[in-house]
Design a protein around this ligand. Structure first.
Ligand SMILES: C[S@@+](CC[C@H](N)C(=O)[O-])C[C@H]1O[C@@H](n2cnc3c(N)ncnc32)[C@H](O)[C@@H]1O
Length: 266
């Protein structure tokens, strides 16, 4: 599938989701566990990729004030500038980060499965760019969708309905539910045929945002292979959604990884 389709679908959905992402400001359990694990990040340069509405900004700036946040959607960057005046945010695509120099960050984070929003070539470009930008011994923290989870295999997932005893609330929620269901069915009928299944990864028309995303799913084993193929250390750490180290796989739909650039690298 040409990557323009994926970019078009995912960027459009992100542009329409700024307010939703801007409401969030707490770290997930796996992010907390990963940041606790990386004790050498303190006061060192941090690049936060895919900042969205700024959920991770305050937490990462507590680790280091030497912080830059980027997103390929300008509306997300504008929202972060409004919320955090004086903090450095730039509109940049993680596939091409030529404005940043080699070895310039100790920590790079791409949270909430943001790396899953590009196609396979784009993903490999991101891994190579992140590796180039990390200083020797630096760490890449990111989450990505887990191909070993059963969740995405369901043919269609109905939107959730929240019951209320209040009649007015119930009426409004029913209307909203009907709209969401129609949008989900419409999106699914358009985007399902764009799905891609290979031995290394799947790109799936995912339930997120009422089926308005195309997302990359990969097994833990294949993710390790990709990371080591661009030069990351073999000693990769993975956390499940509860923030526990993964020892024998996980059915969770997302995995949080820590990959380190070898200290001996140039
Ligand atoms: C699922 S949202 C998460 C936002 C935020 N990190 C959070 O956790 O709330 C993923 C974000 O990554 C951004 N993104 C996806 N691909 C990107 C790329 N190639 N370069 C820069 N940003 C990207 C999207 O625009 C979106 O804001």
């Amino acid at each position: 599938m040409p990557h323009e389709y994926i970019d078009h679908i995912n960027k459009k959905t992100m542009r329409g989701s700024v307010a939703e992402y801007a409401r969030q400001n707490t770290l997930t359990k796996s992010e907390e566990a990963a940041l606790n694990y990386v004790s050498d990040a303190a006061d060192n340069p941090i690049l936060d990729i895919g900042i969205g509405g700024g959920r991770t900004v305050a937490a990462l700036r507590r680790v280091s004030k030497d912080y830059v946040g980027i997103d390929y959607v300008n509306e997300m960057v504008m929202e972060c500038r409004k919320k955090f005046p004086g903090v450095r945010f730039e509109q940049r695509d993680a596939r091409k980060l030529t404005s940043f120099e080699n070895n310039s960050f100790h920590t790079i984070m791409f949270s909430m499965n943001g790396i899953s929003m590009v196609d396979h070539e784009g993903r490999m470009e991101i891994l190579q760019e992140v590796y180039r930008l990390l200083s020797p011994g630096g760490v890449f923290l990111f989450s990505t969708y887990n191909q070993d989870s059963a969740d995405y295999r369901k043919l269609f997932r109905f939107p959730e309905f929240m019951f209320s005893k209040n009649l007015l609330k119930s009426g409004v929620r029913s209307l909203r539910y009907a709209c969401n269901l129609l949008i989900a069915v419409y999106n699914r009928s358009r985007f399902r045929r764009l799905e891609t299944y290979t031995d290394e990864y799947f790109i799936v028309n995912d339930k997120c945002h009422n089926y308005a995303t195309m997302l990359y799913y990969i097994t833990q084993a294949n993710q390790y292979k990709q990371l080591t193929s661009v030069g990351f250390d073999r000693d990769i750490i993975a956390f499940d959604s509860s923030g526990n180290l993964i020892k024998n796989g996980t059915p969770d739909d997302s995995i949080f990884y820590i990959a380190r650039k070898p200290s001996s690298a140039s």
